[in-house]
Write a protein that binds this ligand. Structure first.
Ligand SMILES: N[C@@H](CCC(=O)N[C@@H](CS)C(=O)NCC(=O)O)C(=O)O
Length: 297
């Protein structure tokens, strides 16, 4: 992985900006249309996981296609097993370079390809779920939840920032830190954020009360990976998810929902992190355990 340029002089991980940020929007260059867009995702990647959860929660599987990449990335990046039935590519890099031959960054999932314009529209992962929730509303299943209700958007966006910085990206900042100081700072923020969310969930079923929202979708992928990967691989070892009664019960309650369950692949998750991030696990050994019962009532 080409992480070097994302590590600061003080040993801090500073995530690269998203290069492709066009929007799918009615009246724009990339209008929402059934069958026009293909999502490239990995079950291992937390940012891609959220887009797969939202696609299924909203019943958009027949409207927006999805290609799942192999969990193990080699020096050529993400690979499509066999080849992609939609574009014929074998590596995700081909889509990035077809869109911008000078692209120098990492070839990341999730990203969305426009089959009509034959180019990547976006790898801007925070926007992808919001686009599925808003621009694709005409195609949502009848019983689909409103994950981004207009009256709650301010609160959802504010909490999402806290979750991103402290936790979703916080675990990466802890895991990829190359100085003790940067690690200490990041790992403290990870557990401060978990403590805060534990308190919030002690009195609510979901982060914003009784209804599932975009904030829950953003929190879940990090919780699903926490004890299996982040606790050891990213050294987020102060406590385990299972040490937090409310958060652990909440994570299992989400896992009981098909859109969360169907898109959670612990085998892909473990093999990806431990075998691909060789900067922090050069032996590529995948640990056994921990044994967790995600289905326990
Ligand atoms: N697009 C974002 C986030 C997405 C992201 O980091 N995805 C990871 C997987 S979780 C990825 O595709 N990494 C490819 C690589 O590092 O080469 C970024 O550039 O930081």
């Amino acid at each position: 992985m080409k992480l070097g340029r994302e590590i600061s002089d003080a040993g801090r991980f500073v995530r690269q900006p998203n290069r492709f940020t066009a929007r799918i929007e009615a009246g724009g260059e990339h209008p929402p249309e059934p069958g026009r867009y293909q999502l490239y995702a990995s079950y291992a990647c937390p940012w891609a996981h959220r887009s797969l959860i939202v696609r299924e929660l909203l019943g958009l599987q027949d409207i927006v296609g999805a290609t799942i990449v192999d969990p193990i990335r080699d020096e050529k990046g993400w690979r499509v097993p066999g080849s992609d039935p939609v574009t014929g590519v074998e590596y995700l890099s081909e889509l990035y370079l077809a869109t911008d031959p000078d692209y120098q960054g990492r070839y990341t999932v999730p990203c969305v390809w426009d089959r009509t314009a034959k180019r990547l529209v976006t790898n801007d992962y925070p926007q992808i779920t919001l686009t599925l929730e808003t621009a694709f509303a005409p195609w949502h299943a009848q019983d689909a939840p409103d994950l981004y209700p207009v009256e709650l958007r301010g609160e959802i966006d504010a909490l999402n920032e806290v979750i991103f910085d402290g936790l979703n990206n916080g675990v990466y900042k802890a895991g990829f830190a190359t100085s003790q100081e940067a690690y200490d700072e990041a790992v403290t923020a990870v557990f401060d954020t978990l403590d805060l969310l534990e308190e919030r969930l002690a009195t609510h079923s979901y982060l914003h009360g009784d209804m599932l929202t975009e904030s829950d979708v953003r929190l879940y992928p990090t919780l699903a990976r926490f004890d299996a990967v982040y606790h050891s691989h990213f050294k987020c070892a102060i406590r385990r998810l299972t040490d937090y009664p409310a958060l652990w019960a909440y994570a299992r309650s989400l896992y009981a929902i098909p859109a969360f369950h169907d898109t959670t692949d612990f085998d892909h998750i473990k093999r990806h992190y431990f075998m691909t991030q060789t900067n922090i696990n050069p032996s590529r050994i995948v640990p056994r355990g921990p044994e967790l019962d995600w289905t326990a009532g």
